[in-house]
Design a protein. Sequence first.
Length: 262
Amino acid sequence: MSLTSDEIDRYARHLVLRDVGGPGQLKLKAARVLVIGAGGLGAPLIQYLAAAGIGAIGIVDDDAVSLSNLQRQVIHATPDLGSLKVESAAEAIGRLNPHVTVEPFSIRLTTENARELIGRYDLVADGSDNFETRYAVSDACFYEKKPLVTAALSQFDGSLTTIRAHETGPDGKPNPTYRCIFPSPPPPGAIPTCAEAGVLGALAGVMGSLMAMEVIREIVGFGESLVGRLLMVDARAMRFDTVRYGWDEANPLNGRNRPNVA
């Protein structure tokens, strides 16, 4: 695999970065990333992944573009109202970077289809807006041995972490799973949805961009990843904090009493 002359011009600012360069850009070109959700988090995430030259981007979303989406879902525009989000996002990618292959899935990810979908990709970025999907994605990533970058939004707050639970850490212990930090979903209705509580549109842009940066880091291999670290963003105070978390030996995926699931 090599870069065309057009790609060399397009990615020139990456190519001169010492920690990316030609080898890193080729890794991006070879990568297959599955994005869950083409909404508030997925919109900037997809745009920056496409701009960075990810070779293939799969997009999973069963929703259509509505007027209330446009306050934060910046990959869509007013003429896209009523269109499927995966189709709107695919058209935006085509305008932005024709070198990127888009694989749209206008379906809802469930425990039944998660592993088959995720198994086709090298890395998963989850920007979904409900706990059922988040747990289905994180569990499937563990069983399919795929890295996961996952983020969440709530009004003026955001969080982001990376999960590589199928691997072990430098101490020889398993890396933590999503369930090590969030053992189980909250009861239905305990946490209001964005539609109920609201969300700052620009915060979605910040968190989606941070997701894209973490995906690129995981593919290229520079710097320190967010494995075992939860990045928390407080937009009211404009404060970024990082909390470390570790493997919980009682977690049901790679804990000591985990079930034997192939």
